[in-house]
Design a protein around this ligand. Structure first.
Ligand SMILES: [Zn+2]
Length: 253
């Protein structure tokens, strides 16, 4: 899916093309009368500063969106922070001009926006971790990456890659890296992508540089491709087998 709109802030009059998380076909529109915002105390104090400019303004907001699909019309609540920002644009008459605009940066959506195409036959155990990841995506990229890593563990379990081994009579956990390496050869291409998601997920749980929204975007790109390859292709192959069997009305020889 096209993820760029999900990385953009919104303004009162411009909402990026965000899909409704419930029907997955309508787009969200802002119910303007629900938008409540307050300038933070620190930002209010800054007004006394001699160098103060409007783009110092910071605040918090909450609002409700409505799905524009007539058959759905579901509501989605949102909360986050706001900033007045200056953008430069080219004006035909005056050349380069500046415009100040208030941008709203979501921290949470309820229900969470769906940030990845998930195959219909994707197991619920995998889907559950992805939903958790989407819920945290705007507030905490590291925690969201951690959930994406948990989704990889669930994919491996679904593909019957064992999680434990016996060592001297004790049950030991097999590392995610080793489990990925343990995938059959037919998944060779997916192994590399899954290892990359693992590294990004590790960055989300260890000390070190804070993972960014871009790291999360990369993880979703990789996982989306892997899930499509594993689950959509599998369905396609099974459909082909079913077609063959049905045609022959029995076992294929
Ligand atoms: Zn909808």
């Amino acid at each position: 899916m096209e993820r760029t709109p999900y990385l953009l802030p919104f303004t009162r009059d411009r909402i990026p093309t965000w899909l409704c998380p419930v029907c997955q076909s309508g787009h969200l529109r802002l119910l303007k009368d629900t938008l409540v915002e307050r300038e933070s105390q620190a930002s209010q104090k800054d007004h006394d500063h001699v160098d103060w400019e409007p783009d110092w303004i910071r605040g918090v907001f909450s609002c409700v969106f409505e799905c524009n699909n007539e058959r759905c019309k579901e509501y989605v609540s949102c909360a986050g922070d706001s900033r007045v920002e200056t953008t430069e644009f080219l004006d035909d008459e005056y050349g380069w001009s500046q415009q100040q605009e208030e941008n709203f940066y979501p921290g949470y959506f309820v229900p969470a926006l769906v940030l990845m195409d998930i195959p219909k036959v994707c197991p619920e155990t995998v889907r559950k971790h992805l939903r958790e990841s989407f819920a945290l995506a705007y507030a905490d990229a590291g925690a969201a990456l951690n959930c994406a890593r948990a989704a990889v563990e669930a994919v491996l379990t679904n593909l019957n890659i064992t999680r434990f081994r016996n060592q001297n009579g004790k049950r030991r956990i097999i590392s995610l890296h080793q489990r990925i390496e343990g995938l059959p050869n037919k998944y060779d291409e997916q192994k590399q992508l899954l290892l990359a998601v693992k590294w990004l997920g590790n960055a989300g749980s260890h000390s070190g540089p804070e993972p960014t929204v871009n790291d999360l975007r990369n993880a979703y790109d990789l996982l989306e491709s892997v899930l499509a390859e594993i689950y959509d292709k599998k369905t396609e192959k099974l459909k082909a087998v079913a077609k063959k069997v049905n045609k022959k009305k029995g076992t294929s020889k």
